[in-house]
Design a protein around this ligand. Structure first.
Ligand SMILES: Nc1ncnc2c1ncn2[C@@H]1O[C@H](COP(=O)(O)OP(=O)(O)OP(=O)(O)O)[C@@H](O)[C@H]1O
Ligand SMILES: [Mg+2]
Length: 321
């Protein structure tokens, strides 16, 4: 039994921002992390991969561009580069998504694979993908091409639940994509079913089950599990407890899923965010000294340097509410 080679063909470092639930700040984080990187002189491209509900251009304060991903999917334009528009921010380009076109929200498999390939072949330093809400295969597949998969969570039970669901879904999707053997695929498919008879509840259980069938594949899946390290950002933080949520979610993922989640930072709830949105201006450009701007820079720095938040940092910087 064999697993497919997962070598990343991408020339750029790809970050994807997802997390399951709507309104958790995925677009806010994507736009502002991209600006933070471009402020450091990096060549950055933002892609609105929220197919069907694109609004990243508004976060950046520009009009809906003439050429977008829709044109690529319909074939009106041939090369993805033709859809890149300037943002008014040095070194930062944007590819807008589709708006309200039903078939664009659900591209055919071949169309999607072509799009993912074109994204991976773009020559940038960083590409940031703003994903839509939910755990549809399209969203998971965008998340899976990323070098750094970022999860935006709000300190609210529904958002936390959705992030766990998202982690499980993306993980099983990854297994399914790399497992060639029908027998392994079948176990994975059964594991996706909440009411499965094998008692597979977590990715960890799944690996145990596969390892019992075939030790070598089990070992390979274990290695996959160790290399899958989604990054967590807690957004709209109002208290110390909200910040600690990142640490407790990290522990829960290890304990119950066997998956290492890296807690890369938090962004405070900040009125400057909606004030900037109302003015159709990016927060980081408009309020560079704000508390949310500080949070964004810290998250960007941790992602670039592959670092995590430490308890020390929390003690020094947490809001005193
Ligand atoms: N740290 C913050 N402080 C205050 N408001 C925030 C913060 N982060 C995001 N918001 C506000 O929350 C709302 C939702 O943010 P955003 O649109 O980025 O979420 P989303 O996850 O992209 O939503 P969707 O799933 O609909 O695409 C926006 O009005 C945004 O201005
Ligand atoms: Mg969004």
């Amino acid at each position: 039994m064999q697993l497919q080679d997962q070598t990343n063909p991408s020339k750029s470092e790809i970050w994807a921002v997802g997390g399951g639930k709507g309104g958790t700040g995925k677009s806010f984080l994507s736009a502002n992390l991209a600006i933070a990187l471009s402020n450091q002189g990096k060549r950055v491209l933002l892609i609105d991969a929220d197919l069907g509900c694109a609004n990243l251009h508004t976060c950046l304060g520009i009009d809906y561009p003439e050429s977008t991903l829709s044109d690529l999917l319909t074939g009106r334009i041939k090369r993805i580069e033709e859809a890149i528009v300037p943002t008014g921010i040095a070194d930062l380009g944007l590819i807008s998504g589709a708006q309200d076109i039903l078939e664009m929200a659900n591209p055919k498999y071949a169309q999607k694979m072509r799009l993912l390939k074109q994204i991976q072949e773009l020559d940038m330093e960083y590409i940031i993908l703003d994903l839509g809400a939910g755990t549809s295969f399209n969203i998971l597949d965008f998340f899976l091409i990323a070098d750094q998969g970022i999860l935006a969570v709000l300190p609210e039970p529904t958002s936390i639940e959705n992030v766990y669901r998202f982690i499980k879904s993306v993980f099983y999707r990854r297994f399914r994509k790399i497992a060639r053997e029908d027998s392994v695929r079948e176990i994975i498919a059964r594991a996706m079913d909440q009411k499965n008879e094998n008692g597979i509840k977590t990715p960890y259980d799944l690996i145990e089950q596969v390892a019992r069938m075939d030790g070598a594949v089990g070992e390979q899946l274990k290695n996959e599990m160790y290399s899958f390290r989604p990054k967590l950002v807690v957004n709209q933080v109002r208290s110390k407890d909200d910040i600690t949520l990142g640490f407790s979610m990290r522990s829960s993922c290890t304990k119950y899923f066997g998956i290492t989640v890296e807690y890369v930072g938090y962004v405070e709830y900040d009125d400057h965010v909606w004030q900037a949105t109302k003015r159709r201006r990016p927060m980081l450009t408009e309020y560079p000294m704000s508390s949310s701007a500080r949070g964004i820079h810290k998250v960007a720095d941790n992602l670039v340097h592959h670092k995590q938040l430490t308890i020390d940092y929390l003690v020094k910087t947490a809001p005193r509410r």
